[in-house]
Design a protein around this ligand. Structure first.
Ligand SMILES: Cc1cc2nc3c(=O)[nH]c(=O)nc-3n(C[C@H](O)[C@H](O)[C@H](O)COP(=O)(O)OP(=O)(O)OC[C@H]3O[C@@H](n4cnc5c(N)ncnc54)[C@H](O)[C@@H]3O)c2cc1C
Length: 371
């Protein structure tokens, strides 16, 4: 699928504002507007509902390209896709217009899963809904929500009323009781608006995605595969940008007294080689994981677990090396390597965190239950 007609204009807008978005920690409104207009918000949604019908490979391509231009825009986009895919998997009957709006770009979605009480264990909300005559009362403290205050719909988890299972609801942003409850000051992905939110809403049961108690399955079978792949693709894009910037800078920077460039130093060029090779290996793994999602096999879940951890860790190493080979110059904002370095650290702590994924992967290959 050739996506350049949709993607190139978005990349131009995202690239032009990325530095300022990071410096001022503001939401990348213009890049998100370009995404809405491009049709890419419906990239992975089925053609029957007007989406582009793209799959995991297309997602990885679009997200990694966006991340090379602006990490915040890429993460906002991939949170939208993860939320939209869960809506497509189990459309809430009470919101029949939601899927078409997600496709058309009218609605930007996000995931509101993490809670203050259960921290990065996103699969275990501690909030519990209550059933009443009017439907469901949902009260939750969501500790970080990407696009908080900017999304049009929040895909939100909570414990099922009177049960120890999980429900997922689509909560339109205009619902009374949906409020941004703090500010986002991140080390990286500073444009994400990943602020805490307070949810105290009364919604009909028909806003639920799937059957009562089906939330954990939806998170594990739909949200996690798309989220982990998309998050890994953000890491790839940041690595790509860091490698390019490091090669460019070390090739251009001169040691005039020796009449050579920084990249002529064996230590520097060996480090550049290691970065480039690790990027190629990790990209190949991400492509393989995308293939396993597109055509499920026995080891698909292993790829889902492994791909985010591997790509997040590669991003930490590669962007750290880029800082190192570019020396003091990397601290100056014109190289933008500091931004890639800071943005890369965010993917690592986004749940499921890399360390949790290693634990799950270890359980999976030793025949132990994940939970
Ligand atoms: C930029 C950004 C955007 C985010 N956007 C969203 C969003 O849109 N929606 C959303 O729901 N959440 C979002 N989050 C929240 C995120 O998914 C995590 O829930 C959050 O980062 C966890 O932080 P914490 O301090 O609670 O981590 P903790 O849970 O306190 O973890 C601390 C450390 O303990 C480790 N740890 C915890 N449990 C285990 C375990 N079982 N095994 C091994 N190690 C473990 C972790 O890996 C981590 O290193 C976002 C976070 C960031 C940074």
């Amino acid at each position: 699928m050739d996506l350049s007609a949709q993607l190139d204009p978005v990349l131009a807008v995202a690239r032009a504002s990325a530095h300022e978005v990071d410096a001022t920690a503001r939401f990348p409104e213009e890049a998100v507007a370009a995404l809405r207009a491009s049709g890419l918000l419906g990239l992975t949604l089925p053609t029957e509902v007007g989406g582009l019908g793209g799959g995991p490979h297309e997602l990885a391509e679009v997200v990694s390209s966006l991340a090379s231009a602006c990490g915040s825009t890429a993460m906002i986009y991939m949170m939208h896709v993860s939320a939209a895919m869960s809506v497509a998997a189990a459309p809430p009957p009470g919101l029949p217009e939601l899927l078409p709006e997600l496709v058309s770009g009218q609605a930007l979605a996000s995931l509101a899963l993490s809670e203050a009480g259960s921290r990065s264990h996103f699969w275990a909300p501690v909030s519990q809904s209550q059933r009443n005559g009017a439907g469901v009362r949902l009260q939750a403290r969501k500790s970080w929500v990407t696009s908080a205050g900017h999304a049009d719909v929040y895909v939100t988890s909570t414990l099922t009323a009177d049960a120890d299972t999980v429900d997922i609801f689509a909560i339109p942003a205009e619902t009374s009781g949906v409020t941004v409850a703090g500010q986002w000051h991140g080390l990286g992905l500073r444009g994400n608006a990943s602020a805490p939110m307070a949810v105290d809403v009364q919604v009909p049961e028909s806003y639920r995605l799937g059957a009562a108690g089906g939330g954990l399955d939806l998170m594990l079978q739909t949200v996690m595969p798309w989220f982990n792949l998309g998050n890994a693709a953000v890491s790839i894009g940041l690595c790509q940008a860091a490698v390019e910037a490091a090669v460019q800078h070390t090739s251009a920077a001169r040691l005039e007294h020796l009449d050579e460039s920084l990249s002529a130093l064996p230590t520097i060029r060996a480090q550049l080689a290691r970065m480039s090779i690790e990027l190629a290996c990790t990209r190949a793994y991400v492509t393989q994981a995308a293939g396993r999602l597109a055509q499920p096999a026995d080891d698909t879940m292993l790829h889902v677990l492994g791909v985010k951890a591997a790509a997040n860790d590669a991003a930490l190493r590669i962007t750290d090396s880029a800082m190192r080979v570019c020396g003091g110059a990397a601290f100056s904002e014109h190289l933008q390597i500091d931004r890639y370095f800071r943005d890369a650290r965010a993917g690592h702590v986004m749940a499921p965190t890399a360390d949790v994924l290693y634990d799950f992967y270890g359980k999976a290959i030793t025949g132990q239950p994940l939970f």
